[in-house]
Design a protein around this ligand. Structure first.
Ligand SMILES: Cc1cc2nc3c(=O)[nH]c(=O)nc-3n(C[C@H](O)[C@H](O)[C@H](O)COP(=O)(O)OP(=O)(O)OC[C@H]3O[C@@H](n4cnc5c(N)ncnc54)[C@H](O)[C@@H]3O)c2cc1C
Length: 473
């Protein structure tokens, strides 16, 4: 069977389904091709299930510290099966929501594995997609425009593949039916930090191993330092500049033994389970891209700033093009690609406008340049910082650790970067995103009247502090 459509989208994850809705809203006929479940990594193996577990872990942590609020809670017990069931209920509800949205916008979803085809008599341009259905039937979708949104998967340490028992990536860990007593997490990026935090709050002993000199290497150095301090204070053991080779991981009935090189000396750690979180790689293989002029470089599909591949009618978005592998980046790119195909110009998604959030306890969030990046780019910068301990609401919340730091261009007064670590950082960053979009100056942001007492007061205070005018410091 052959289907002609305006837009075909290969991959129904966050990037793909949002692009589909945007295209349908512009009046295009749209087909989404998905080999698994609509919603992709974010909904089934990423953002949503992990945040659901983090929320349960946060409640355990709160219950354990409730005495400082004058509340005595005894016998806090984690029913991990119930925690997992709640997580699944959240995922299932949102999954139904995505299915409903596809119907509402008359988007046809074809469930099958898609492969991009070269030019043929039916389709003179490359970019038709042969979709293999579960019953081996093949449907050929011939679109005017194709968006590739095939996502990514966990990067594995060669020789240390998930074994369904003691070695897991985040994919397997999300399906654990019981908690280990101890875990060694390899990789101190965002996923590693979130898992370290949530497992620790559930009562698991955590060793976090990072090959580089600091955890969260992509974040501002001050955030990374404060995160290290606060996680260590919680009781998480952090090992930096500590590489793990898969040959140095041995399993026996007692657990997993890892020999890590730490400051030149081998150190042995033993844990019940190992979680490998060393990054993600794009799903770019076996897509039939060799039938096209689409280029792949270091595991990612190459696109221009309008998200077009080397075949102008084929776009690629989301994790499969690398960059910031985040759900909201994928959806912003999906919308930008659709706008470009209908002739809108100048719709670009800049990494510097995308907020990055870490949902550990403490939370962290940032947007724009780190101080190091800004200086490296040649900006003369002014930096200001306000600690949460100066904010009344943080005291009320019992959560005064952390700070907000801003990086300002001395000459233009542009806000180059905002970096937050502390309570509700992932919500507070929204104001910084708006500030960046509106290109507001620190003076303007300092004039915003925030309700008192709120944590958001810290946002105007940090901007006033740029000129030494903070009212709380
Ligand atoms: C543990 C974890 C936590 C995360 N937390 C966050 C977070 O809090 N916030 C955030 O912004 N991001 C988070 N992310 C990242 C986020 O999940 C991804 O950036 C986002 O899902 C990328 O969307 P996408 O559309 O590019 O790809 P995906 O969501 O991966 O979707 C790709 C889809 O394409 C399908 N597909 C692939 N190949 C084919 C084919 N040949 N035929 C048919 N279908 C195909 C796949 O089945 C999949 O459904 C997290 C990721 C992980 C792993």
């Amino acid at each position: 069977m052959t289907k002609q459509v305006d837009v075909a989208i290969l991959g129904g994850g966050t990037g793909g389904y949002i692009a589909a809705i945007a295209a349908a809203q512009f009046g295009y006929s749209v087909v989404v091709i998905e080999r698994d479940r609509l919603g992709g990594t974010c909904l089934h193996r990423g953002c949503i299930p992990s945040k659901s577990l983090l929320r349960s872990a946060e409640i355990v942590a709160q219950a354990k510290t409730s005495e400082s609020f004058g509340i005595h809670i005894e016998g806090v017990k984690v029913d991990f099966k119930a925690v997992q069931a709640r997580k699944q209920a959240v995922v299932d509800q949102l999954h139904r929501g995505v299915q409903y949205l596809m119907k509402k916008h008359n988007i046809e979803v074809i469930h099958g594995n898609g492969r991009v085809m070269g030019p043929s008599i039916f389709s003179p341009k490359s970019g038709s997609v042969a979709v293999e259905l579960a019953d081996d039937e093949v449907i050929t979708v011939v679109p005017k425009h194709l968006i590739i949104a095939t996502g990514s998967r966990p990067r594995l340490l060669p020789g240390l593949e998930p074994d369904g028992d003691r070695i897991a990536t985040s994919d397997e860990a999300l399906e654990w039916t019981s908690l280990p007593e101890s875990v060694a997490i390899i990789g101190g990026g965002v996923i590693g930090i979130e898992w370290a935090s949530l497992l620790h709050d559930f009562g698991v002993e955590v060793d976090l191993i990072e090959a580089g000199p600091r955890i969260l290497p992509l974040e501002d150095a001050d955030i990374s330092k404060e995160m290290t301090r606060l996680l260590t204070k919680k009781g998480i053991r952090i090992h930096t500049s500590a590489a793990v080779e898969s040959e140095a991981v041995l399993k026996d009935e007692k657990g997993v033994h890892l020999i890590i090189g730490k400051e030149g000396e081998p150190v042995t750690l033993t844990a019940d389970r190992v979680l490998v979180s060393i990054g993600r790689i794009g799903n770019v293989e076996q897509l039939g891209l060799e039938n096209t002029n689409v280029r792949i470089d270091r595991g990612t599909i190459q696109v221009n700033e309008s998200l077009q591949t080397h075949e102008p009618h084929i776009y690629a978005i989301g994790d499969c093009i690398g960059g910031l592998q985040l759900a909201h980046a994928a959806s912003a790119e999906g919308i930008a690609a659709v706008k470009h195909m209908r002739g809108e110009s100048g719709v670009h998604v800049s990494d510097k406008m995308i907020p990055k959030c870490i949902y550990s306890k403490p939370e962290a969030a940032s947007i724009g340049y780190t101080e190091e990046e800004a200086r490296k780019e040649g900006y003369d910068v002014t930096v200001s910082k306000i600690p949460f301990s100066a904010i009344g609401k943080a005291l009320v919340e019992g959560d005064t650790d952390g700070f907000v730091k801003v990086v300002i261009d001395q000459h233009t007064e542009d806000v180059l970067g905002v970096h937050i670590i502390g309570p509700h950082a992932t919500e507070l960053i929204g104001e910084a995103s708006l500030a960046k979009l509106l290109n507001a100056s620190p003076w303007e942001l300092g004039q915003v009247i925030h309700a008192h007492p709120t944590l958001s007061e810290i946002m105007s205070e940090v901007m006033l502090a740029v000129d030494g005018k903070s009212l709380v410091m």
